[in-house]
Design a protein around this ligand. Structure first.
Ligand code: UTP
Length: 414
C-alpha cells in the first residue's frame, strides 16, 4: 500500500505536472513510495514562483549605480604589503581563521562524472582539485605550525562520493579532525515548457541551489556553532576549481581588519569593457556585483583620479567574512537567480536523454548577494596569472590544459 499516492496525484494535477507519474505502473513498491514521498516534499509554489519571477528581466537604472573603492595589490608598496600581511598573519597564527570550500556545484560545463573536486590536474604526479587546495593549507602547517580548519560544502549528489574520496586518499595527509563536510540544499529544475523533469523514472531531478546556500547550510549543519566553539573569527570562502587559489590570504585579511570591515573579496581586472563578466559596484548605495549590461558606455570606460577603472573589478570567488557577518547573513534569505544549464532527463519513452545544449532552468542563490547587507567591503585586486586558473569546461577559456600550464608555471614544475 503506497502512502500518500492520492495526495501526490492531487498536487501534480494542481500544478499540471502529471507527467512525473508517467512510469508509475512500471515501478516496484519501494520506488513508488520514494517518488510519492519526493513529490509530497517538493515546494511547488516556491519553484513556480521562482520560475515566474525569473522571467522578468531586472533593470538597474545607471543612476542607482556607483563605484566601489578597491586596492590594487600591484600598486601597494612592499612596506604596505608587509604591514597588512603582518596584521593578517597575527590572526592566522592565533588560530582565528578557517576555510570554507564550496564544492556542491554540479559542474555541468565540465561534464566530469564525480565531484568536481576529485577531477585530476594532469601534472606529475596527478593531483585532484581537493589535493591542490589541501597543499595550500598544508603550507601553513609546515611553515607556521597552524592547522586551518577546512569546511567543505557538498551536495546531496556528491556528498557520499566526496567523503569516500577523502577516505580513500587518507585526507591527503591533512588531520582528518580538521576537515568537516556539510551538505547544501537542492531544488527541482524546470524545462523550457515550464515542467519539472525526471532524473530516473522513479525520481524527480533536483540539483544544488547555488553557492549562496552556503550560509543557511552552515547554520543548519552546525558549522557556525562549531566555528564559534573554536573561537574562529575570520572565514575564507572559495570554490573548488581554481588551481591557483591563494586560499588563506594574509594580505586581504590584514586590509580587512585594518579598515574595520567585516567582509573582504579579491577581484580581477576585467580586460575589455565589452566582456560580459559581472562587476563590483554599489547598487542603491550597497556593495553588490551586477551585470555589466546595466552600465552605460561611459561608465564602462570611466576611471578615477589615479587612472584606475571605476567599474572593471570582477569576482573570482575568493571572499572573506567575519563570523559576526555570517550571523547576520543567516537571518535573511538571499534572492534567486536563474541559469540555463544542460541536464540529462528521462524522455517520454522513459529513456535517459543527454541534451546537446542547455535545456533546463536552474535556480540559484549567489554568495555575493550577501554583500548588500553591509555598508562596505574591502576589495583587493590581484593578478590573474598569480591567483586565478579555474577549471570550468574542456573547450572554453577556463580549460584543464590552461589551468595545468599556469599551475606548472606558478609552482615551477617545468
Ligand atoms: P560554478 O558557478 O562555476 O558552477 O561554481 P559549477 O557547478 O562548478 O559548474 P557549472 O556552472 O555547472 O558548469 C563555482 C563554485 O561554486 C560551487 C562550485 O562547486 C564551485 O566550486 N557551487 C556552485 C556550490 O558549491 N554549490 C552550488 O550550488 C553551485
Amino acid at each position: 500500500m503506497i502512502q500518500n499516492y492520492e495526495k501526490a496525484k492531487q498536487i501534480l494535477t494542481q500544478y499540471h505536472q502529471e507527467h512525473l507519474l508517467s512510469f508509475y505502473d512500471e515501478l516496484d513498491t519501494m520506488q513508488k513510495q520514494q517518488l510519492v514521498n519526493q513529490i509530497c516534499d517538493i515546494d511547488f509554489d516556491q519553484i513556480f514562483d521562482l520560475y515566474e519571477a525569473s522571467k522578468i528581466d531586472e533593470v538597474i537604472p545607471p543612476s542607482f549605480i556607483e563605484p566601489l573603492s578597491y586596492k590594487v595589490k600591484a600598486q601597494l608598496t612592499d612596506d604596505e604589503i608587509a604591514y597588512y600581511e603582518a596584521i593578517g598573519m597575527d590572526a592566522i597564527l592565533h588560530s582565528k581563521c578557517a576555510m570554507v570550500m564550496m564544492a556542491g556545484g554540479q559542474g555541468t560545463r565540465l561534464g566530469y562524472k564525480g565531484p568536481k573536486g576529485t577531477f585530476e590536474l594532469d601534472i606529475v604526479p596527478k593531483k585532484s582539485l581537493f589535493e591542490i587546495a589541501c597543499d595550500r593549507l598544508k603550507d601553513f602547517q609546515e611553515k607556521f605550525h597552524v592547522t586551518i580548519p577546512w569546511y567543505i560544502m557538498t551536495s546531496v549528489y556528491n556528498d557520499t562520493a566526496t567523503r569516500s574520496f577523502f577516505e580513500e586518499k587518507n585526507f591527503f595527509g591533512y588531520p582528518r579532525d580538521s576537515v568537516f563536510f556539510f551538505k547544501q540544499s537542492q531544488l527541482p529544475l524546470i524545462d523550457i515548457y515550464g515542467n519539472l523533469i525526471l532524473e530516473e523514472i522513479y525520481k524527480v531531478k533536483e540539483v544544488s541551489n547555488g553557492n549562496g546556500d552556503v550560509f543557511t547550510s552552515m547554520r543548519q549543519g552546525g558549522i557556525l556553532d562549531d566555528m564559534k566553539m573554536k573561537k574562529i573569527e575570520w572565514i575564507f570562502f572559495a570554490g573548488v576549481d581554481n588551481v591557483l587559489l591563494k586560499i588563506i590570504d594574509p594580505l586581504l585579511l590584514g586590509l580587512t581588519i585594518r579598515h574595520h570591515r567585516v567582509i573582504g573579496s579579491k577581484t580581477l581586472l576585467k580586460k575589455n569593457a565589452e566582456d560580459k563578466d559581472w562587476i563590483f559596484a554599489r547598487r542603491n548605495g550597497k556593495p553588490s556585483i551586477i551585470n555589466s549590461c546595466h552600465l552605460t558606455d561611459e561608465m564602462k570606460i570611466a576611471k578615477n583620479k589615479d587612472g584606475n577603472y571605476l567599474y572593471r573589478e570582477i569576482n573570482m570567488l575568493a571572499h572573506l567574512f567575519h563570523i559576526s557577518a555570517l550571523d547576520k547573513i543567516t537571518q535573511v534569505s538571499l534572492p534567486y537567480h536563474r541559469a540555463f544549464k544542460k541536464n540529462t532527463f528521462v524522455n517520454e519513452e522513459g529513456m535517459k536523454q543527454v541534451p546537446e545544449s542547455p535545456n533546463t532552468f536552474k535556480f540559484e542563490t549567489f554568495i555575493f548577494d550577501a554583500f548588500s547587507l553591509f555598508d562596505d567591503l574591502e576589495l583587493l585586486r590581484v593578478e590573474e596569472e598569480e591567483e586565478y586558473a579555474p577549471i570550468k569546461d574542456f573547450n572554453g577559456a577556463h580549460n584543464p590544459e590552461l589551468a595545468k600550464e599556469l599551475y606548472e608555471k606558478k609552482y615551477h614544475l617545468k
